[in-house]
Ligand binder design. Structure first.
Ligand code: ZN
Ligand code: ZN
Length: 174
Protein backbone atom coordinates (compact mmCIF):
# COMPACT_ATOMS: atom_id res chain seq x y z
CA UNK A 1 0.00 0.00 0.00
CA UNK A 2 1.17 3.51 -0.80
CA UNK A 3 0.87 6.21 1.84
CA UNK A 4 0.62 9.78 0.65
CA UNK A 5 3.08 11.85 2.69
CA UNK A 6 2.42 15.22 1.05
CA UNK A 7 0.47 16.66 3.98
CA UNK A 8 2.97 15.37 6.52
CA UNK A 9 5.82 16.78 4.47
CA UNK A 10 4.31 20.24 4.27
CA UNK A 11 2.83 20.56 7.77
CA UNK A 12 5.22 21.01 10.69
CA UNK A 13 4.41 19.01 13.83
CA UNK A 14 1.81 16.96 12.04
CA UNK A 15 1.76 13.34 13.14
CA UNK A 16 -0.15 10.39 11.84
CA UNK A 17 -0.58 6.74 12.73
CA UNK A 18 -1.42 3.95 10.31
CA UNK A 19 -2.12 0.25 10.43
CA UNK A 20 -1.32 -1.16 7.03
CA UNK A 21 -1.59 -4.76 5.79
CA UNK A 22 1.40 -6.37 4.08
CA UNK A 23 0.23 -7.09 0.53
CA UNK A 24 2.93 -9.41 -0.82
CA UNK A 25 2.47 -13.15 -0.24
CA UNK A 26 5.99 -14.19 -1.05
CA UNK A 27 9.42 -12.71 -0.50
CA UNK A 28 11.82 -12.93 -3.44
CA UNK A 29 15.01 -14.03 -1.76
CA UNK A 30 18.32 -14.81 -3.43
CA UNK A 31 17.55 -18.55 -3.35
CA UNK A 32 13.98 -18.34 -4.55
CA UNK A 33 10.60 -17.32 -3.22
CA UNK A 34 9.85 -17.62 0.47
CA UNK A 35 6.24 -17.82 1.58
CA UNK A 36 4.85 -15.59 4.31
CA UNK A 37 3.24 -17.71 7.03
CA UNK A 38 2.49 -14.76 9.34
CA UNK A 39 1.67 -11.21 8.38
CA UNK A 40 0.54 -8.76 11.01
CA UNK A 41 -0.48 -5.29 9.87
CA UNK A 42 2.44 -2.88 9.95
CA UNK A 43 2.05 -0.21 12.60
CA UNK A 44 3.37 3.07 11.31
CA UNK A 45 3.96 6.32 13.10
CA UNK A 46 5.04 9.29 11.02
CA UNK A 47 5.77 12.72 12.39
CA UNK A 48 7.00 15.96 10.90
CA UNK A 49 9.28 17.03 13.76
CA UNK A 50 9.45 20.66 12.65
CA UNK A 51 13.23 20.47 12.24
CA UNK A 52 13.11 19.54 8.56
CA UNK A 53 12.95 15.91 9.61
CA UNK A 54 10.30 13.33 9.02
CA UNK A 55 10.36 10.70 11.73
CA UNK A 56 9.25 7.28 10.49
CA UNK A 57 8.63 4.51 12.98
CA UNK A 58 7.32 1.09 12.08
CA UNK A 59 6.65 -2.21 13.81
CA UNK A 60 6.92 -5.18 11.49
CA UNK A 61 5.80 -8.65 12.60
CA UNK A 62 5.98 -11.30 9.91
CA UNK A 63 7.27 -14.86 9.46
CA UNK A 64 8.71 -16.54 6.40
CA UNK A 65 9.21 -20.18 5.51
CA UNK A 66 12.85 -20.47 4.39
CA UNK A 67 14.35 -23.80 3.31
CA UNK A 68 16.98 -25.35 5.58
CA UNK A 69 20.46 -24.98 4.03
CA UNK A 70 21.15 -28.69 4.47
CA UNK A 71 17.88 -30.63 4.03
CA UNK A 72 15.72 -28.00 2.24
CA UNK A 73 12.78 -28.48 4.63
CA UNK A 74 10.88 -25.26 5.34
CA UNK A 75 11.94 -23.48 8.51
CA UNK A 76 9.74 -20.77 10.00
CA UNK A 77 11.76 -17.59 10.51
CA UNK A 78 10.23 -14.82 12.61
CA UNK A 79 10.93 -11.21 11.82
CA UNK A 80 9.95 -8.78 14.56
CA UNK A 81 11.54 -5.54 13.51
CA UNK A 82 11.31 -2.08 15.00
CA UNK A 83 12.17 0.61 12.50
CA UNK A 84 13.03 4.17 13.41
CA UNK A 85 14.35 6.47 10.73
CA UNK A 86 14.72 10.17 10.28
CA UNK A 87 14.26 11.44 6.79
CA UNK A 88 15.91 14.76 6.08
CA UNK A 89 13.21 16.62 4.16
CA UNK A 90 15.35 19.71 3.72
CA UNK A 91 16.92 17.87 0.80
CA UNK A 92 15.31 17.35 -2.54
CA UNK A 93 13.70 14.00 -3.24
CA UNK A 94 16.04 13.24 -6.12
CA UNK A 95 18.88 13.37 -3.60
CA UNK A 96 17.01 11.11 -1.22
CA UNK A 97 16.01 8.57 -3.84
CA UNK A 98 19.67 7.77 -4.37
CA UNK A 99 19.84 6.51 -0.83
CA UNK A 100 19.12 2.81 -0.44
CA UNK A 101 17.83 3.36 3.05
CA UNK A 102 14.89 5.35 1.75
CA UNK A 103 14.27 3.53 -1.52
CA UNK A 104 10.74 2.82 -0.23
CA UNK A 105 9.88 6.49 -0.67
CA UNK A 106 9.03 7.61 -4.16
CA UNK A 107 8.03 11.17 -4.78
CA UNK A 108 5.85 11.94 -1.78
CA UNK A 109 4.61 8.39 -1.32
CA UNK A 110 5.76 5.72 1.08
CA UNK A 111 5.57 2.14 -0.23
CA UNK A 112 4.86 -0.01 2.83
CA UNK A 113 5.55 -3.35 1.12
CA UNK A 114 8.87 -2.08 -0.15
CA UNK A 115 9.85 -0.90 3.31
CA UNK A 116 8.95 -4.32 4.75
CA UNK A 117 10.93 -6.00 1.96
CA UNK A 118 14.03 -3.89 2.65
CA UNK A 119 13.86 -4.53 6.39
CA UNK A 120 13.53 -8.29 5.93
CA UNK A 121 16.40 -8.26 3.44
CA UNK A 122 18.85 -6.71 5.91
CA UNK A 123 17.62 -9.01 8.67
CA UNK A 124 17.76 -12.29 6.73
CA UNK A 125 19.78 -14.90 8.61
CA UNK A 126 23.12 -15.86 7.04
CA UNK A 127 22.38 -19.49 7.71
CA UNK A 128 19.06 -21.31 8.02
CA UNK A 129 19.06 -24.71 9.67
CA UNK A 130 16.04 -26.75 10.81
CA UNK A 131 18.23 -27.85 13.72
CA UNK A 132 21.88 -27.59 14.69
CA UNK A 133 22.43 -31.28 13.97
CA UNK A 134 20.45 -31.50 10.74
CA UNK A 135 21.91 -34.42 8.78
CA UNK A 136 21.00 -32.92 5.41
CA UNK A 137 20.19 -34.87 2.30
CA UNK A 138 22.17 -37.69 0.71
CA UNK A 139 24.01 -36.17 -2.23
CA UNK A 140 23.63 -39.41 -4.20
CA UNK A 141 19.97 -40.40 -3.84
CA UNK A 142 18.47 -37.22 -2.32
CA UNK A 143 17.00 -38.93 0.77
CA UNK A 144 16.36 -36.64 3.74
CA UNK A 145 18.72 -38.23 6.25
CA UNK A 146 16.81 -36.77 9.20
CA UNK A 147 13.84 -39.00 8.47
CA UNK A 148 15.28 -41.71 6.21
CA UNK A 149 18.35 -43.85 5.88
CA UNK A 150 19.83 -44.96 2.60
CA UNK A 151 22.43 -47.49 1.54
CA UNK A 152 24.52 -45.13 -0.52
CA UNK A 153 28.25 -45.17 -0.04
CA UNK A 154 29.02 -41.97 1.91
CA UNK A 155 32.80 -42.03 1.42
CA UNK A 156 34.05 -39.25 -0.81
CA UNK A 157 35.71 -41.60 -3.27
CA UNK A 158 35.12 -45.31 -3.52
CA UNK A 159 38.42 -47.07 -2.62
CA UNK A 160 37.97 -49.45 -5.57
CA UNK A 161 37.69 -46.42 -7.81
CA UNK A 162 40.95 -44.96 -6.52
CA UNK A 163 42.72 -48.25 -7.34
CA UNK A 164 41.49 -47.98 -10.92
CA UNK A 165 42.77 -44.41 -11.03
CA UNK A 166 46.17 -45.69 -9.82
CA UNK A 167 46.22 -48.15 -12.72
CA UNK A 168 45.47 -45.33 -15.16
CA UNK A 169 48.23 -43.21 -13.70
CA UNK A 170 50.69 -46.10 -13.99
CA UNK A 171 49.79 -46.48 -17.64
CA UNK A 172 50.57 -42.82 -18.29
CA UNK A 173 54.06 -43.23 -16.83
CA UNK A 174 54.91 -46.16 -19.09
ZN1 ZN B 1 17.55 -29.39 7.85
ZN1 ZN C 1 21.50 -42.05 -0.50
Amino acid sequence: MLIDLSELLSTEHKKQEYKVPVEMDTFNGSNGEYKFVRKEPVELYIENTGNKDLLIKASIHVSLNIPCDRCLEDVKNDFDIEVSKKLDIGKSFSELEDRDEFSFIEGSELDVDKMVYNEILVNLPMKVLCSENCKGICNRCGANLNTQTCDCDKTELDPRMSKILDVFNNFKEV
